[in-house]
Design a protein around this ligand. Structure first.
Ligand code: G3H
Length: 261
């Protein structure tokens, strides 16, 4: 089964709601509708931008979807500062990032919490974009594949096979994030293919064929084509390059197989 590529723009902690509207308009203007047959495009803004993006997307019937960068493992209650799955679902979010290395590092999120967040997302009809990836020391020791497989299996613990088919996996080597040092297509393919292999072993070949596995880490329009040519890479989780509307639209068009708009 051919998987439709997904390009997800993780804005991280950038852009207020007015700037967010401007960026989504730029993307929609630069990327004609025909591209959306061949690539799914989503933006992942800060929470404070989501309502404005929802209004724009709904009002102008844009084909760009949107989501969030994190969610609470809880549905409601006394969890100051948290934002829940039901709240995001009500705002029309399609995706939510879970287990990004920046959350693991700066908010001490462990595999158990990541698992709870994956479950919370699925419970409310949000597709989790589950991030896994190794730090440089792990790669230097040659343990990157085992490390990423272990993160994947821990995050999916207790899920049924049909739930796993809703998950998007993103392989993001920590050493490639925001460094300008993109993994080679072969390095990225090695891990993405191993992750799909793990999914096949645990949940069956059919499910593993359905799951989209993205690569993330310094992806730009100049590197996307070679990455998506790899058998097991179904798109990208893009940070820095997603903040530039024209560059992001170009990247999406190339992931769709071109031509450039
Ligand atoms: O979520 C996105 C990644 O952390 C990649 O960020 P980057 O493209 O700025 O390296």
């Amino acid at each position: 089964m051919a998987r439709k590529p997904l390009i997800a723009g993780n804005w991280k902690m950038n852009l207020n709601h007015l700037e967010a509207i401007g960026l989504v308009q730029k993307i929609a203007f630069a990327l004609p509708e025909k591209y959306f047959d061949k690539v799914d495009v989503t933006v992942l803004p800060p929470f404070t931008d989501i309502r404005s993006i929802q209004t724009l997307v709904d009002g102008d019937k844009l084909l760009v979807t949107y989501g969030a960068q994190d969610l609470s493992p809880h549905d409601s209650g006394a969890y100051t500062g948290d934002v829940s799955g039901p709240m995001l679902a009500r705002l029309g979010c399609s995706y939510v990032v879970v287990g990004h290395s920046e959350r693991r590092e700066y908010h001490a999120e462990d595999d158990d919490l990541v698992n709870k967040k994956v479950r919370a997302a699925l419970k409310h009809g949000l597709k989790p974009i589950l991030c896994v990836g190794e730090k440089i020391e792990v790669r230097e020791q040659g343990n990157h594949v085992a490390h990423c497989n272990a993160q994947l299996i821990a995050a999916l613990k207790g899920l049924k096979a049909e739930q796993v088919s809703e998950v998007v996996v993103a392989y993001e080597p920590v050493w490639a994030i925001g460094t300008g040092r993109v993994a080679t297509p072969a390095d990225a393919q090695e891990v993405c293919s191993a992750l799909r292999g793990q999914l096949a072993e645990k949940y069956g070949a059919e499910i593993a064929e359905e799951v989209r596995v993205l690569y993330g880490g310094s992806v730009k329009s100049g590197s996307i084509s070679e990455l998506v040519k790899q058998e097991d890479i179904d798109g990208a989780l893009v940070g820095g390059a997603s903040l530039d509307g024209e560059e992001f639209a170009k990247l999406c068009a190339l992931a769709a197989g071109g031509p450039l708009p």
